[in-house]
Design a protein around this ligand. Structure first.
Ligand SMILES: Cc1cc2nc3c(=O)[nH]c(=O)nc-3n(C[C@H](O)[C@H](O)[C@H](O)COP(=O)(O)OP(=O)(O)OC[C@H]3O[C@@H](n4cnc5c(N)ncnc54)[C@H](O)[C@@H]3O)c2cc1C
Length: 216
């Protein structure tokens, strides 16, 4: 299947023309993002917590301290809503009302399961590390049993998801175009800078240089 079947919950009502449900678009956004926001209800109260993640095929992996509210609630099978947002530009219009942003965002709905099988857990953690810093996992000291115990890995199947994409200039109404007010887009990117070594005796490895120079 190369698309997510839109459900009642993932059908866009506002600006539906900006909606996408094909896996290529959804996965490209997930793969470029570094931070997701995980929304869930614990008891009566909603929480939306930022965290890192990784994707392997049709599974989104999240990890958290085993003692954390997020890990406990998600492992209990709570409904979860995960969003990833890439901000591509500030859209400055002639009126406050028509200001906007250019963006690509994804909403994933579902229930996660806690991964306890040791091999799959290691695999999921590797997916998260490699998502953030490609090429890093194999250079690391292997995870200790106590570290694995202290970490919960949650697997969220990618079954119900949507993307929304805004591109292009401000959409001012005809009558505002001649007001003599500057309008346009300020493009934005998230950019890696020079790595700052924790130990200057070591040479910066290739995988870190690639992150830094944007060829990751
Ligand atoms: C950087 C950024 C800035 C934004 N600024 C504003 C703002 O200032 N004001 C504003 O009203 N809206 C803004 N939006 C759009 C906002 O995310 C919602 O799409 C919009 O508010 C409509 O909400 P709704 O509940 O009516 O959506 P509906 O269209 O009713 O949502 C139905 C379903 O559509 C899907 N969906 C909706 N929005 C998104 C999304 N952004 N990404 C992926 N799937 C989605 C979800 O599956 C959702 O459950 C912004 C989005 C981004 C990414």
């Amino acid at each position: 299947v190369d698309g997510f079947e839109p459900t009642a919950a993932t059908t866009l009502r506002r600006h539906p023309e900006r909606g996408r449900h094909d896996r290529d678009t959804v996965y490209a956004i997930l793969d470029q993002g570094l931070v997701c926001h995980v929304g869930f209800v614990e008891g009566e109260r909603p929480f939306v917590l930022p965290t890192s993640y990784g994707r392997d095929g049709d599974t989104l992996y999240l990890h958290a301290s085993s003692a954390s509210r997020m890990a406990r609630t998600l492992a209990d099978g709570a409904e979860v809503c995960v969003t990833v947002t890439l901000v591509d530009g500030l859209v400055l219009a002639r009126s406050a009302f028509n200001h906007s942003m250019n963006y690509r965002s994804v909403v994933v709905l579902g229930r996660a399961t806690a991964v306890t099988d040791p091999d799959r857990k290691l695999h999921g953690l590797r997916v998260i590390v490699e998502h953030v810093a490609p090429g890093r996992w194999d250079s690391l000291r292997p995870a200790l049993a106590k570290e694995l115990q202290a970490t919960s890995l949650l697997a969220l199947p990618l079954q119900e998801a949507s993307a929304k994409v805004r591109t292009g200039p401000p959409k001012d109404p005809e009558e505002d175009l001649g007001l003599g007010i500057w309008a346009g887009v300020v493009p934005l990117v998230l950019r890696a800078l020079e790595p700052v070594p924790a130990d200057t005796a070591l040479e910066t490895p290739e995988h870190v240089r690639r992150i830094s120079n944007g060829t990751r």
